[in-house]
Write a protein that binds this ligand. Structure first.
Ligand code: B3K
Ligand code: ZN
Length: 869
């Protein structure tokens, strides 16, 4: 392991900044390898002290430093700081420096994306642009001037409003932008390039007209409409649901091809990964359409939750991310099917967040210690963070929650604050003591709620007991009891709802705050079946000794659609887990019994088609993996396949009916079409797996006749699942058709990477030589290498260790190019805790190899050092 140990930053060490900057004047003269940056800051000393000014900076060539117009030379420079000693309490600091966007492959700071300049400053990328107080609690107004060659860079963009522009000799031009809102430097953005521009307008509830501008690669204009429509929907929704209106006169979105994440909420100038902007029927799936709408909304919602009120320090990241994810989830639910959305949210928690909690990267939604901040943009901070906000919503009710939000903005607009400030506003607006609830912010791990019950027939009473249990996690030994809202109802044996309590409620909410709490119900005629954790009212693992019959009843009769889906998933999971150690005949019997329980679902008329498709979808391998403490990888994979095939064969005729019953319509991204495609393509998968004799014909017909990417891709997915020779043939045709469209090819790379075949590593190595593949583009790397390591169970976990070695070799290369992406893709390798001892050792060996890499980034160092025993 590398011997230089990077600094660990602690939340408890927070100190106010020694200096504040209230105005910044930036001037950029863009040139590929030597961009000149002039940064003029108005600095004031914060409090009475004589400490020097210490600025952050990384990879910067410093030309000069002036204070109040006088050049200073008695500064000290280290690899990542510039220290200037001055007596002045208020001064103008002028720094001139050079940076090299062309060689910046980290995609942080100022870099080139396919010929266009763009920036990414969150979390700590501004320090790669100039020396600055790169922390979110230093808020300033920015004026930005950009100078560049006019022919190649006709559009010069930054935050706020365009206030001036002009021509210069040698076909250069300049544009000046001014942002009237105070902001931290992580929200600064600059984009320069030649784009196609899609324009529109939005009239706010108070009657202001906002110019909307969407910049895309040349020739991509027709693929931008869905993003723009989504933006308008999000703007309207935030007004009607949260009373929040946009504040600048212009809102710009730029789509770029080289981007580390989904998108970035820079004030007035969002920069997006083109994957989350560009869509048309031919190239994007229903899922892409959905994601675009969600990410566009997420970044827009940040304008209030993140930009107007921002984080005091990066440990508070969930203040803006958890809240904004919750807001985008509510928006998506309103735009499409609430239940399908909720299921999707829960899948992320169970597949990925529970995995993080069980790993050496376990951390609370408000982490206590960080080496590399970029490592903490996690499913815990984002998605568990959103679940914590959702619990507040559940506990306070919509009205109470909105009162809390209102007070939060009243108190903190224009400030950089903490998660505690947020909870305090919720508490004060509702007059509800949330002190115990706050533990969700400081405690990591997945709580378990164990439910037991008893029925006394003579007294006709039913007692149900809830107990919360917390185990130590890698980061914390001591755990405390939390406040856990549990929504539930009771069903009688005729699957009718039992009225609960005085209010004749049918659903009850228990606020579990003690380690154990019981409820008693009187006048109950027979032992009820509890339908528990409606809507996934808390991010916990629930344990109730359901019989198979009871689960079947909840699946068919619960008033809560989430509970119905969940019961079905549990039936599937129990069956899969129980197959281990059984004889073939026992396995067969047990599978048949489970499969038969789903017959009424196929015929059901009381649920939407979308929910039906969700119920009939098996839990993913990753979800099943998280349900166990130790996993027999091969056994689990095999068992899941057995059940999959049995479902396919048992309902073969039904699948054929489901496949053929919907009339084909020209593609539109509309709810009824989306759910029909979902069911039809699920049926196609099952048909393929069932061995239906003419399925190849069906697949070819759908592939040739498809007018949209959802249907084309479904054919490839089905052929892959069925292990048909046709798969290779269709993949070739697909590649020929989409050779010049990298976003579409990513789907093809990912399908290849996820194929079970003995020569998978040779196949991936060959694909790395594809003309469209480059290690410099995160979308390509995620599609090929990421998909392999996250999802190709047999290839990645090959017992000979070749999968782990392959990923490790790649990460060693990627460490030099883009440490952030390398640290994302290492995730499956550090999650060795549940696998067998042989694999554990193989994985750890590869982690050690990566750890020994010369020039190991902080990103990888942090994850590897934590995960090695
Ligand atoms: N705030 C950005 C994420 C920045 C990640 C930096 N490594 C996107 C978002 O959550 O909206
Ligand atoms: Zn966000």
């Amino acid at each position: 392991m590398s011997t230089i140990i990077p600094e660990i930053k602690k939340r408890s060490d927070y100190q106010q900044p020694d200096f504040l900057i209230n105005h910044v004047d930036l001037e950029f003269t863009l040139a590929e390898t030597s961009t000149k940056v002039i940064c003029v800051s108005q600095v004031t000393r914060n409090g009475l002290h004589n400490r020097p000014l210490i600025l952050d900076g990384e990879g910067i060539e410093l030309l000069s430093v002036h204070i109040n117009g006088i050049e200073v030379s008695n500064y000290q420079q280290t690899e990542n700081s510039l220290t200037i000693d001055t007596d002045s309490n208020e001064f103008e600091l002028r720094i001139v420096n050079i940076i090299n966007p062309k060689d910046n492959s980290s995609l942080e700071g100022l870099y080139l994306s396919a010929g266009a300049y763009c920036t990414q400053c969150e979390a700590e990328g501004f320090r790669k642009i100039t020396y600055f107080l790169d922390r979110p609690d230093v808020l300033a107004k920015y004026d930005v001037t950009i100078i560049a060659d006019k022919k190649n860079f006709p559009f010069l963009l930054s935050n706020g409003n365009k206030v001036d522009s002009g021509e210069l000799p040698d076909s250069m031009h300049w544009v000046k932008w001014s942002d009237p809102f105070n902001k931290p430097c992580y929200l600064f953005a600059l984009v320069a390039g030649d784009f196609d521009l899609l324009e529109d307008q939005f009239v706010t509830q108070s009657g202001r007209t906002i110019a909307l501008e969407l910049f895309v690669d040349k020739g991509m204009l027709s693929r931008g409409q869905h993003a723009l429509d989504s933006l308008k929907k999000a703007m309207r929704w935030d007004e009607t649901e949260f009373g929040l209106e946009y504040d600048l006169d212009i809102y710009m979105i730029v789509a770029v091809d080289f981007f580390n994440m989904g998108a970035m909420e820079n004030k007035g100038l969002n920069v997006f990964n083109s994957k989350f902007v560009l869509a048309d029927a031919q190239t994007a799936t229903d899922e892409d359409y959905f994601n675009i709408e969600a990410v566009i909304a997420h970044e827009y919602f940040h304008n209030w939750t993140g930009n107007r009120v921002t984080c005091r320090d990066w440990f508070q990241l969930s203040l803006k991310e958890g809240l904004t994810v919750f807001r985008d989830q509510q928006f998506s639910a309103d735009m499409s099917s609430p239940i399908v959305n909720r299921i999707q949210n829960v899948r992320i928690i169970r597949e990925r967040q529970f995995a993080e909690d069980a790993s050496t990267m376990s951390h609370p939604i408000r982490p206590d210690e960080v080496i590399e901040m970029n490592n903490f943009y996690t499913v815990t901070v984002y998605d568990k963070g959103a679940e914590v906000i959702r619990m507040l919503f559940t506990l306070l009710g919509k009205t109470g929650f909105l009162a809390g939000i209102k007070l939060y903005f009243k108190r903190f607009d224009g400030q950089a604050v903490t998660c505690d400030d947020f909870v305090q506003a919720m508490q004060d607006a509702n007059d509800k003591d949330l002190s115990q609830f706050r533990r969700w912010y400081s405690q990591s791990g997945t709580p378990k709620v164990v439910v037991t019950d008893s029925y006394d027939p003579s007294a006709k009473t039913y007692q149900i007991t809830f107990e919360q249990q917390h185990s130590a996690t890698f980061d914390q030994n001591e755990k405390q009891d939390l406040v856990i809202p549990i929504q539930f109802s009771l069903l009688n044996d005729k699957l009718e709802l039992i009225k609960l309590g005085d209010a004749k409620q049918q659903q009850k909410m228990l606020e579990l705050h003690d380690s154990k709490q019981s409820l008693e119900f009187k006048n109950i005629d027979s032992k009820p079946i509890p339908s528990l954790l409606h809507g996934f009212s808390a991010p916990v693992k629930l344990d109730y000794p359901y019989s198979q019959q009871q689960l079947g009843n909840v699946m068919l009769g619960s008033p809560d659609e989430f509970a119905r889906w969940d019961a079905g998933q549990k039936l599937f999971s129990d069956c899969i887990h129980d197959l281990a150690g059984k004889t073939q005949q026992q396995q067969k019997d047990s599978i048949n019994q489970t499969v038969a329980m789903f017959e009424p679902i196929i015929e059901a008329t009381d649920i939407s088609l979308a929910l039906k498709a969700e119920i009939l979808t098996l839990p993913s391998f990753e979800t099943l993996f998280q349900q166990m403490d130790t996993v027999d990888i091969d056994g689990l994979n095999q068992s899941r396949k057995l059940l999959f095939k049995a479902l396919a064969q048992k309902f073969q005729n039904n699948w054929l009916t489901q496949y053929s019953k919907f009339e084909k319509q020209p593609y539109a991204y509309q709810a009824n079409q989306v759910e029909q495609r979902k069911m039809r393509n699920l049926a196609l998968k099952y048909l393929t797996l069932s061995g239906q004799h003419d399925v190849e014909q069906l697949l070819i017909e759908q592939f040739n006749g498809a007018d949209n990417m959802t249907d084309s891709l479904a054919v490839l997915g089905a052929a892959q699942l069925g292990d048909l020779d046709l798969f290779e043939k269709l993949m070739l045709l697909f590649e020929q058709k989409w050779h010049n469209d990298p976003l579409v090819l990513d789907k093809w790379f990912a399908l290849h990477a996820n194929t079970e075949r003995p020569d998978i590593l040779a196949r991936i190595s060959m694909l790395m030589g594809h003309s469209q593949f480059t290690i410099n583009n995160p979308n390509r790397v995620r599609a090929l290498i990421g998909t392999f390591s996250f999802f190709n169970v047999s290839g990645f976990h090959n017992i000979d260790g070749s999968g782990y070695k392959f990923v490790a070799d790649y990460l060693i290369k990627l460490n030099e190019v883009n440490p952030q992406i390398a640290a994302r893709i290492i995730t499956p390798l550090i999650q060795w805790q549940k696998v067998d001892k042989v694999r554990q050792q193989l994985m750890q060996h590869q982690l050690m190899r990566i750890g020994d890499t010369k020039g190991l980034s902080n990103d990888l160092f942090e994850k590897i050092s934590k995960s090695l025993p």
